[in-house]
Design a binder for this molecule. Structure first.
Ligand SMILES: *Cc1c(COP(=O)(O)O)cnc(C)c1O
Length: 396
């Protein structure tokens, strides 16, 4: 146990503390400036201290922060209506985080099964998936490191590899209790691994044939990050259940599970709830985030700046031995190396750039959606030389 810290030792933290930010720039308590290509892990949609978001939140704080779900909350109804409009789905439940949205999705799937006479319903989940750190969501997660030490895991999950239609069809033939398929449209923590468009379409077809729910975890890839409101819209399909969180409140915690007609009425009074979920401050943050995104054309910006960022990385890293892949869509990009590269976090920090490394060897870029092309080229200019010198000096 570390003697000095009153905090539990749950995070390996970098040795700086941020004090404030503006747009895609942040400053630490020593006055050093950083370019933020991490956005608080795909959370700060509008960057820092957005000039339209700040006064709106100040206004809301001065009126009403919280009031409980004993009462109607008009801002909840407005944000739900907006999410329904953008997704083409039907109803919304609000919570506070990604794992809570996923927990609600898992409850919907189980209840959907019970309502259809399946007493021990099963949910198909994926290798390398990440759905959160509660006992149920870590059980759905496909990463033994997240699960280790917390057994017994919650039963009722069947695991398959991503982008393998035959594996899912095998499950369809052999597991009569399956009620839902649950995946990230683009795996985030697992290393920026997209579900292919044809795979998503095949999963939609299989779910329709079997009466299963298609549940797409868009906690990280949703809310405009890929250049569409939701990443599955690139495949021209709709899910039955879609958990959201990270980018929805642009930094204020907001989680939501959006459901289509097959799933929208599964949860009834007394089945689910949360004290904080849907409070006026969180709802105002969500509404203003979506409004400002529309006003400023941030979907187009994410697509355009993301393409420029990816092209820049491809250009600077072309032919560099040790760079295994550059992938992703919009402002959700992974640079996979052929060896663990966690040390790059510290080096990027020293060079004035915030990024993350996930799945040991994937450098992840999930910046604010307001990033400019100029800032994207700065990311390329700072990051690529660091990657090259790291690869040159580190044995594979
Ligand atoms: C971050 C994340 C979660 C968990 O969200 P929390 O808010 O940390 O609970 C779940 N699913 C995906 C895809 C995520 O990226």
């Amino acid at each position: 146990m570390s003697v000095e810290s009153p905090l539990m030792n749950t995070y390996g933290r970098l040795p700086i503390a941020l004090s404030h930010g503006r747009g895609c720039r942040v400053w630490d308590t020593e006055g050093r400036e950083y370019l933020d290509a991490l956005g608080g892990i795909a959370v700060n949609t509008l960057g820092h201290a957005h000039p339209k978001l700040v006064p709106a939140l100040q206004d809301q704080i001065a009126k009403l922060i919280h009031c409980s779900n004993y009462y109607r909350v008009p801002l909840q109804e407005q944000l739900a209506a907006k999410l329904v409009e953008l997704s083409g789905l039907a109803r919304v439940f609000f919570c506070n985080s990604g794992l809570e949205a996923n927990e609600a999705a898992i409850k919907i799937a189980r209840k959907y099964g019970h309502d259809r006479g399946i007493d021990l319903p099963e949910i198909v989940v994926y290798e390398r998936a990440f759905h959160g750190r509660s006992i149920a969501t870590l059980s759905a997660t496909g990463n033994p490191k997240v699960q280790k030490g917390f057994e017994p895991l919650v039963p009722g999950f069947v695991r398959v590899p991503l982008n393998d239609v035959a594996a899912l069809e095998d499950v369809a033939r052999s597991r009569p209790n399956v009620v839902a398929v649950f995946l990230e449209t683009i795996q985030g923590e697992g290393g920026i691994n997209p579900a292919r468009v044809d795979y998503l379409q095949a999963v939609r077809r299989i779910c329709d044939e079997r009466g299963w729910l298609l549940m797409l975890d868009e906690v990280q890839c949703g809310i405009g990050r890929t250049g569409k409101w939701f990443a599955h819209q690139w495949a021209d399909i709709k899910p039955d259940v879609m958990p959201l969180a990270k980018g929805l409140g642009s930094g204020v915690p907001v989680g939501a599970v959006v459901a289509g007609p097959k799933a929208a009425d599964v949860l009834q009074q007394g089945n689910h709830g949360t004290t904080f979920g849907g409070n006026p401050l969180a709802m105002r943050a969500g509404l203003e985030t979506l409004r400002i995104m529309e006003e400023e054309g941030l979907l187009d910006n994410a697509a355009r700046v993301g393409a420029a960022l990816k092209a820049g990385l491809e250009r600077e890293l072309a032919g560099v031995a040790g760079v295994a892949d550059i992938r992703g869509q919009g402002l959700m990009i992974g640079v996979e190396l052929d060896r663990p590269c966690g040390v790059l976090l510290q080096r990027a920090l020293e060079a004035g750039l915030l990024v993350s490394v996930t799945a040991d060897r994937v450098i992840r870029l999930v910046p604010p959606l307001i990033m400019t092309e100029g800032e994207a080229s700065q990311v390329v200019e700072i990051l690529c030389p660091l990657i090259k010198s790291f690869l040159a000096e580190t044995p594979a």
